[in-house]
Design a protein around this ligand. Structure first.
Ligand SMILES: [Zn+2]
Length: 299
């Protein structure tokens, strides 16, 4: 697994050589940028690999130099985790990071009952406990088999039936409550995993954005978690297909536990043409309805 960092900023085209020189000085060889002209500015999007030679500390120092020498201040950052083919082929579990490269996969909650409590006084992250079935406008699912509703996965009737037929284990289904137009409404089911995985490995990569505030002391806000990573011996005897992680994830406001899926589940989705096989968000295949499964790593 490679960690790649993309920088996004605009420069005057005439200064591109100077910008490249600053990168090179920090041991980052970005080559000639693909300059996309917009007005008189050009956008510069170098992507490079972080490793023992190019650490995040180098990058933070690089940003200071870009600011002091060239006046470049607002640098966008985006991380990519790039997996090898053998990591896809050997993984027994996968993290489902997306059910489509499209905002349509996110459906708004229309009034589910939750009890809320503050998890962290410093950043204000909240814990929520679900007290009623999810309430959504199911007409918004259209022909999608899986949508995301504030941290939870909701399956179509067809997908729920397929999962039972193929003997997928380790979950319960809770029918959602439809709220919205009667025409085009559908049956849909929240997938509720019944087993929590052991704690993940402390070797999991953790990153943060040098251009933003430092991570909160709770270890959640401001931290960008790398791929899910487990101790090999903790996953050797697992039997089910769907699990919750022991650790919290969050959406910036609320905590939730991430759902992980087995290799069998991923193969089922691909075999039944629900999604094409996609490897990483830079995969050219990644379309509006393709699911993005990242392999879980073992240490
Ligand atoms: Zn916090």
């Amino acid at each position: 697994m490679k960690v790649e960092l993309e920088n996004l900023f605009s420069i005057d085209e005439s200064s591109q050589d100077q910008v490249i020189k600053v990168y090179n000085r920090y041991g980052i060889f970005v080559g000639a940028p693909e300059i996309r002209k917009r007005n008189l500015k050009a956008s510069f999007n170098p992507i490079f690999t972080l490793n023992d030679d190019v650490t995040y500390e180098h990058v933070a120092a690089l940003y200071k130099s870009l600011e002091h020498e060239l006046g470049i201040v607002s640098i966008g950052e985006r991380f990519y985790f790039d997996f090898s083919d053998s990591e896809y082929e050997q993984a027994s579990l996968f993290t489902l990071n997306s059910a489509g490269n499209s905002p349509d996969m996110f459906i708004d909650d229309k009034g589910t009952l939750f009890s809320l409590s503050t998890h962290c006084q410093h950043c204000g992250l909240m814990e929520k406990e679900q007290l009623s079935p999810l309430v959504i406008d199911t007409t918004e699912m259209k022909d999608r088999h899986l949508v995301h509703v504030s941290g939870y996965w909701v399956a179509s009737q067809e997908l729920a039936t397929l999962m039972k037929q193929e003997d997928i284990k380790g979950f319960e289904l809770l029918e959602v409550i439809h709220q919205g137009p009667g025409e085009g409404k559908r049956k849909a089911f929240q997938i509720i995993p019944t087993q929590v995985l052991p704690e993940s490995s402390t070797e999991r990569v953790k990153l943060y954005f040098a251009t933003e505030q430092p991570p909160c002391r709770c270890g959640l806000s401001g931290v960008i978690n790398g791929p899910d990573t487990y101790h090999r011996e903790d996953l050797t005897n697992i039997k089910n297909d769907i699990f919750l992680s022991a650790e919290w994830s969050h959406d910036g406001r609320y905590l939730y536990r991430k759902t992980l899926f087995s290799r069998k589940f991923r193969e089922l989705i691909i075999k039944n043409n629900i999604s094409r096989e996609v490897r990483g968000e830079k995969d050219r295949n990644f379309g509006p309805k393709d699911w993005l499964f990242d392999p879980v790593l073992l240490k």
